[in-house]
Write a protein that binds this ligand. Structure first.
Ligand code: ADP
Ligand code: MG
Ligand code: MG
Length: 919
């Protein structure tokens, strides 16, 4: 019976499925006929979806169509084949564009030309190549010349097309890192022969000659002719875009931004418009606000009589957009209107590309603009003031990490005022950076590996430099504007950056950087202020940010706009978040610092850090070296006053906010001296023989200390350690409770590395006993709780049993990650890169929680714990407490708080609010 039923079902479903697969639409038009919209980014990519949206709201977009990302995935999984029916769909879409433009693709009288552009779900600037002027061949180029009445223009388009197509589709590319671009070489040779200085000096006839040589070059390299058939060209270009999704540049970028390989890219095929047809034409890139500092000004740059990447490529220096108001007042006025319309419609700062053909404006792209952290905060606050964003939206628009850029150090104002700038450029990435000069990305990586801080100085940067840029403190380029690669990447990476410092002359061969009379060599110090754009020779000291100075009472809030922005965002964040944010702090200074940043308590005070200062380490060592309980107790008695004092200091600094104290955690041998000299000194101090000490050190040696005698296991073996620590905590609590201005502390005592209910109970009993003793002796009542860390898998899976004894859980996700993955954080350096490159790790599991593995243990333990104690308090105190993605996860599994290092507190507050808003 069941077999029959399922057969029947299958029969019924089959034709339907077939019909569905046939009906999967692979091509979406934009223009007068528009099929897509901005919500369809997954399918159409960001560029395609927004071209459709702009067309739909009546902005002047040259018509075209988008081949979906699903086709890319199909193409990758099927050895470069396309789904059935695609060809017909593309043909129909071309027909539609032909109709709208009144031109025909491949026509020898009135040819329609296309651009073929990639476009993934998220923009990946400069990562994949665009082909322009597609459809030109030996016949259509003549038609274009006749139609436009501009022969030079037509042949310039043709030679550009052959160059781009030859490079991207046919693979005529430099073989080694140091080889010249083959097409450039041909061009340079011709220019030399003709004594032409720039490309612009080449006449139509020169360009015809160039085309001939380009074709010969392609033939020589590939043994194939440059294709003349328009459709052959089109399919070649489409395939190249899909293939480019897997190229090295794209893969590196995807890894950095955790973009999954499965997303794929769409292909946009769009009717060409020409910014290179003469002086009534231009092309440019603009932002509706300043992407470096967020100020509300129309911002961007353009070139007259230019095409495509000329603006970004830095071949000619583009002009600031304000100048367009003089050169092309009509187009400039149109653009200002477009800015308003774009912001009102997309409700965010836009970064757009445009071309002016014969004084008519065309929009070629728009997207939410990449911005620096500072700009992100300012734009969110100001757009909320302008009612373009609600408060909730504004909160989600600020990448949580951005808040950090308001807190990073700036140059010490006095030191900076005393230094004399040697030059200046465009401030493209705010902040202050000092470091050794390096002139190549490779050198940057090498120096940083050797522990030096570097500033990468380049004429301009290209996507190949990405790794070196990542390693550098800051980036300085002598060429290129706000839309240059360097600026773009700096904005995304939050790097300090100055670009287009035109007085600076960088000589790669001589390894010098000259500005005016100053000449600096590789290795010399240089300092750059990415907020003002000024460059200084030498190193300059840095100091606290404005925000920090206000928080510490050294600057009036009204004197700092940055602080006001910070305060607004933090107020919003606190209003919306559900998670409390605590900090990991061991000293009163750290704690006070964190409280100024908004911490609501201490989630982890590591007591072992308290044992290292001054004489304490000696008593600690005496305790460890003791061979019997009595000697151990004697040493512990000496440690007690120190611990008590430390806890009292911490309780005072926290003014009654909750404090979680973790009892001794690391293996004891960590405290012992490992070299002869210190052993000898210790022997003298403690009146022991050096041999004895060496012996004990040997005895305490462990093969695998991380999994050895540590955590609560120490307390189980030596209950007197737990006793002493508990006593110190309660006596300190009693002490601050009797101050003139009494502080009421409810200490939360946390037992580390628990795996068994019984071992936790063993320790909890000690704490209760000591608590009772102290309260009776001091005649006070202290309310306190005893809980445990959940940091080994056994504790997580038996969390219901453990919850019977624990009054709270705190997930120690560092150890929980190590023990769950069976992977030591300190030993993965040798293979981490392999795991990243093979995409086994999408990210470092110690920086961002492994949600599907470790995360499931956290989730399960939370549920089990609360099944026994409904209101069990749950927190997390690993590194992950300061990581926005992980915070989102902790919110979703219902923890009460995250605890992170003091400087991460603002990031955590914002991330927690975003998690709550995104719900
Ligand atoms: P990227 O994603 O690298 O920005 P694009 O696909 O946006 O690449 O293309 C790069 C440039 O090519 C654009 O900025 C624009 O100047 C030019 N371009 C693209 N399509 C067209 C077109 N239809 N007409 C004219 N220029 C175009
Ligand atoms: Mg673009
Ligand atoms: Mg631990």
């Amino acid at each position: 019976m069941p077999a029959k039923a399922s057969k029947k079902k299958a029969k019924k479903a089959a034709p339907k499925r077939k019909a569905a697969s046939k009906a999967v639409k692979a091509v979406y038009a934009f223009g007068k006929k528009t099929d897509g919209n901005t919500t369809m980014k997954n399918l159409l990519g960001g560029k395609g979806a927004n071209l459709a949206e702009m067309a739909a709201i009546g902005l002047p977009v040259p018509p075209g169509f988008t081949i979906t990302t699903e086709v890319c995935t199909y193409f990758s999984n099927n050895k470069g084949n396309y789904p059935k029916g695609l060809e017909a769909e593309v043909k129909a879409a071309v027909k539609q564009v032909e109709k709208e433009q009144g031109k025909q693709f491949g026509s020898k009288t009135n040819p329609l030309l296309f651009s073929v552009r990639s476009g993934a779900r998220e923009s990946m600037p400069g990562m994949m190549d665009t082909i322009l002027n597609l459809g030109l061949n030996d016949a259509t180029v003549v038609a274009l010349a006749n139609k436009s009445g501009n022969e030079r223009f037509a042949w310039d388009c043709y030679r550009r097309f052959i160059q781009m197509y030859g490079d991207v589709v046919m693979g005529v590319q430099p073989k080694g890192e140091h080889d010249h671009e083959p097409f450039e070489e041909v061009m340079d040779k011709l220019k030399k022969e003709l004594k032409a200085e720039t490309d612009n000096d080449l006449t139509a006839d020169d360009l015809k000659e160039l085309v001939k040589r380009y074709k010969a070059l392609i033939k020589k390299w590939t043994k194939k002719s440059f294709p003349q058939d328009a459709y052959e060209q089109l399919w070649g270009a489409v395939g190249a875009v899909f293939n480019s999704w897997g190229n090295e540049r794209a893969v590196i970028y995807r890894q950095k931004y955790n973009i999954p390989a499965e997303w794929g890219t769409a292909v946009n095929v769009q009717a060409m418009v020409f910014g290179n047809m003469g002086d009534t034409c231009a092309t440019g890139v603009a932002f509706t606000r300043d992407p470096a500092n967020g100020e509300k000004v129309f911002y961007g740059e353009y070139l007259i009589n230019a095409q495509g990447e000329d603006v970004v490529a830095g071949v000619r220096t583009p002009k600031p957009i304000a100048q367009l108001a003089d050169e092309m007042p009509h187009a400039h006025a149109e653009l200002e209107k477009v800015c308003k319309k774009l912001e009102k419609h997309f409700r965010d700062m836009q970064d757009f590309e445009f071309t002016v053909e014969d004084n008519v404006l065309y929009m070629l792209q728009t997207r939410n603009g990449k911005r620096t952290g500072l700009a992100a905060v300012r734009i969110a606050v100001e757009m909320n003031n302008e009612r373009l964003m609600t408060e909730k939206v504004a909160v989600t628009k600020i990448p949580a990490e951005s808040i950090d850029s308001l807190l990073v150090p700036i140059f010490d104002p006095k030191a900076e005022a005393a230094a004399k700038p040697i030059g200046a450029g465009l401030p493209a990435g705010p902040g202050a950076a000092s470091g050794h000069i390096v002139f190549s990305a490779n050198m940057a990586e090498k120096e940083v590996k050797a522990g030096r801080k570097v500033i990468l100085c380049r004429v301009e940067t290209s996507p190949e430099d990405l790794k070196g840029m990542l390693a550098s403190e800051g980036i300085l380029t002598s060429r290129g504007g706000v839309s240059s690669h360097a600026a773009l990447v700096a904005r995304q990476l939050g790097k300090v950056c100055i670009c287009g410092a035109s007085e600076v002359v960088i000589d790669y061969a001589k390894k010098t950087l000259r500005s005016g009379k100053t000449v600096l060599k590789e290795g010399d110090f240089i300092s750059i202020n990415g907020t003002s754009g000024e460059i200084f020779a030498g190193a300059i000291d840095t100091t606290d940010s404005e925000v920090k100075r206000v928080l510490e009472g050294n600057l009036k809030p009204s004197k700092s706009y940055t602080y006001q922005l910070f305060a607004t965002v933090m107020k919003w964040a606190d209003k919306h978040r559900k998670l409390a944010v605590r900090t990991n702090a061991d000293t009163p200074e750290m704690a006070a610092n964190a409280v100024a940043f908004g911490a609501e308590g201490i989630g982890l005070c590591r007591t072992e850090h308290m044992f290292f200062e001054g004489d304490r380490i000696d008593y600690m060592r005496q305790m460890i070296l003791a061979s019997n309980e009595k000697d151990r107790r004697d040493a512990l008695k000496k440690l007690l006053p120190f611990q008590r004092k430390d806890f009292a200091g911490l309780f005072k600094a926290m003014k009654g906010l909750p404090v979680t104290v973790r009892l001794l955690d690391p293996p004891l041998h960590e405290f012992l001296p490992h070299d002869d000299t210190t052993r000898r000194q210790l022997a003298n101090k403690l009146g022991l023989s050096q041999e004895y000490i060496t012996e004990r050190v040997k005895a305490l040696h462990e093969e695998n200390p991380m999994l050895g005698h540590r955590g609560c296991r120490l307390g189980v073996s030596y209950p007197e350690i737990t006793e002493m620590q508990a006593r110190a905590i309660f006596e300190a609590a009693a002490q601050v409770g009797k101050l003139k201005k009494p502080i009421k502390v409810n200490p939360e005592i946390m037992i580390p590395l628990v795996g068994f209910k019984q071992e936790l109970k063993d320790q909890v009993d000690i704490v209760h006993r000591v608590a009772k003793e102290v309260m009776e002796a001091k005649k006070v009542k202290i309310s306190y709780t005893v809980g445990t860390m959940i940091e080994i898998p056994r504790a997580a899976v038996t969390a219901d049993e453990i919850a019977e004894v624990a009054e709270f859980f705190s997930f120690g996700t560092n150890d929980l990650t190590q023990t769950t993955l069976g992977l030591s954080r300190d030993d993965m350096g040798s293979f981490f890169d392999d795991y990243r490159n093979k995409e086994i790790f999408n990210q470092n599991p110690f920086a961002s929680l492994d949600q599907s593995g470790v995360g499931q243990l956290v989730k399960g333990a939370a549920e089990k714990g609360r099944s026994v104690k409904k209101n069990l308090k749950l927190g997390i105190c690993g590194e992950h407490g300061g990581d926005p993605d992980s915070i989102g996860f902790f919110h979703s599994v219902g923890l009460n708080y995250v605890s992170c290092s003091p400087p991460r507190v603002p990031v955590a507050r914002l991330a927690a609010a975003q998690a709550a808003i995104k719900g």
